[in-house]
Design a protein around this ligand. Structure first.
Ligand SMILES: *[C@@H]1O[C@H](CO)[C@@H](O)[C@H](O)[C@H]1NC(C)=O
Ligand SMILES: *[C@@H]1O[C@H](CO)[C@@H](O)[C@H](O)[C@H]1NC(C)=O
Ligand SMILES: *[C@@H]1O[C@H](CO)[C@@H](O)[C@H](O)[C@H]1NC(C)=O
Length: 512
């Protein structure tokens, strides 16, 4: 609200924001190559149990169960991923009598990494291999397989500060396993913006007395920088209660929200910094999932999703499209999606990203486009900050209402039309079924009984059980005799399932 009044701050903000973004983007690429060399060091540095062949004290897979490819896989991987019989037999919820524990489909593409990751002593200590694990995960092996070993932990673990002191106090160095990182303590991380050359993800964000302090606070709220309070004021007080921050650095967003009694889960990788440990030490929730992973929340549940700098033009467009739909999915109707400093190059915004974002179906509450001038105006670099709201009323159900004015407009996808049964079950039926006398007769009866609906879908004068039966008959190919028998029953009786049960015996006689 009072945010758009300080345009003179804009350029300096853009500059800082650029620093942050460029560091984000580059680190992703750098860290990938960086990791590989580090992982090799790791192997030689860690004399523990890394490469020793596991002694299968536990139940492992029978040799005969393994296929040609499986034989190349570590035994612990097979032990974890193989179908496991449920001790109590068939389970209705699972619709199965066995469980197949999941790993990311690409896991097996990286046999070498996977071998190293799954080679350990069962019931012993896990190798100190955070870099390896993250590399595997970022390549698409997500979720990683579970392991049966104890993770490395600090020798003399120091507990976090009590809440709320923990929110803004740098935790003890003894709360972190530092092996995977260039810095070996928090001093190094806090000062790395000043002392280190080159890029790092969120380079200065471990410094809680630096720029982190003022993020999303009112006095900064100008132009592309919305303040948390101005965003919360968009909806009725207290209705934003739970949410997600995607790629949230050290979770200062979650901390600021926590101070306003809003619970935010922060996804973060550990890109050359112990982001997850740090977030947890602050007393907010870290979630270790990459941007590729389906969000582990149910549909229509979250009040707010925020993401700063992470969703940008470095993400492949198809992946971004899926991602935006996933955000839409987990937001409840009326929930907010705060797209904070989406970065791209001018033409891209107009031609690709704005239409892409538009197409998801959010309502726009705020939409601010700013030019990023720090590297020169000729580059035409752009930021977009947007506040989007998931509509309270589903756009697809509106669409359904509008489409059903006549039979022809009930076509949902090429070659199909939609009908409802008297018990309100929805059927998508191929147009080709119209050539069947039974379907035609049912439509005819529907018209006579209910009229051609202009404000709702077509309802057939029968219930779902009967409709399923008819569809199954048509799919199997009904003979003329059976068709006639069906028609008689349809004609004579509004085809309830009671009749169908009664008729079924007669029909079966006809079938046999
Ligand atoms: C696993 O290791 C612990 C010690 O770390 C030991 O007490 C326990 O008996 C072991 N369990 C099995 C099943 O070997
Ligand atoms: C947060 O909740 C506590 C306890 O319910 C309350 O005392 C406090 O005023 C709330 N803070 C804000 C900013 O709403
Ligand atoms: C069904 O009823 C219609 C009239 O409502 C009639 O024209 C048609 O012949 C009947 N079909 C059968 C198989 O009885």
């Amino acid at each position: 609200m009072d945010s758009a009044q300080n345009p003179k701050f804009l350029s300096s903000h853009l500059f800082f924001a650029f620093l942050l973004v460029s560091s984000n983007l580059l680190t992703i690429f750098i860290s990938t190559s960086f990791n590989s060399s580090c992982t090799l060091n790791q192997q030689t540095n860690a004399p523990s149990t890394v490469l020793t062949k596991p002694t299968p004290k536990y139940e492992t897979i029978q040799e005969s169960d393994t296929t040609q490819t499986d034989q190349n896989l570590p035994s612990e991987l097979l032990a974890f991923t193989s179908p496991q019989k449920l001790p109590r037999g068939f389970n209705k919820n699972f619709d199965s009598d066995e469980i197949m524990p999941p790993i990311g489909r690409p896991c097996t593409l990286f046999q070498d990494l996977l071998h190293r990751y799954m080679s350990y002593n069962v019931n012993g200590s896990c190798p100190d291999d955070e870099l390896l694990a993250q590399k595997l995960l970022l390549k698409g092996c997500e979720p990683l397989p579970r392991r049966r070993c104890h993770p490395v932990a600090p020798q003399e673990y120091v507990e976090p500060y009590p809440f709320p002191e923990s929110l803004w106090r740098t935790p003890s160095d003894f709360s972190v396993v530092w092996t995977a990182f260039t810095c070996k303590n928090y001093d190094c991380l806090v000062n790395r913006a000043k002392t280190q050359r080159g890029f790092d993800d969120c380079k200065d964000c471990f410094d809680l007395n630096g720029r982190e302090r003022s993020r999303w606070t009112a006095k900064n709220g100008a132009g592309l920088d919305f303040s948390i309070d101005e965003v919360l004021a968009v909806t009725k007080a207290g209705t934003i209660r739970i949410g997600l921050d995607i790629g949230g650095g050290v979770a200062t967003f979650a901390v600021r929200m926590r101070e306003r009694n809003v619970t935010i889960v922060t996804t973060s990788m550990n890109l050359n910094g112990p982001f997850n440990s740090f977030i947890a030490s602050r007393g907010v929730i870290p979630l270790y999932v990459s941007i590729s992973q389906r969000l582990p929340f149910f549909d229509n549940t979250l009040d707010i999703v925020h993401s700063m700098h992470v969703l940008s033009n470095w993400i492949p467009k198809t992946l971004l499209h899926f991602f935006l739909f996933d955000i839409y999915r987990v937001l409840r109707p009326g929930g907010l999606f705060w797209l904070d400093h989406f970065f791209c190059v001018g033409e891209q915004l107009e031609k690709q990203y704005a239409p892409l974002i538009d197409s998801i179906g959010f309502n726009k509450v705020k939409w601010i486009v700013g030019r990023k001038l720090d590297r020169g105006p000729e580059l035409n670099e752009m930021y977009l900050s947007a506040l989007l709201m998931k509509p309270l009323k589903n756009s697809w159900s509106n669409y359904n209402d509008a489409e059903s004015c006549s039979t022809s407009s009930s076509i949902v996808s090429k070659g199909n039309f939609v009908v409802y049964t008297t018990d309100q079950k929805r059927f998508v039926v191929p147009l080709a079924y119209l050539q069947h006398e039974v379907i035609r007769q049912l439509l005819h009866m529907s018209e006579e009984e209910f009229g051609l609906p202009c404000d709702g879908p077509i309802t057939l004068p029968c219930d779902a059980l009967f409709m399923n039966y008819i569809v199954s008959l048509i799919e199997r190919g009904v003979g003329a005799d059976l068709q006639n028998a069906l028609l008689v029953s349809v004609n004579s009786s509004q085809c309830s399932s009671a009749l169908y049960l009664q008729e079924q015996r007669n029909l079966q006689l006809l079938v046999c």
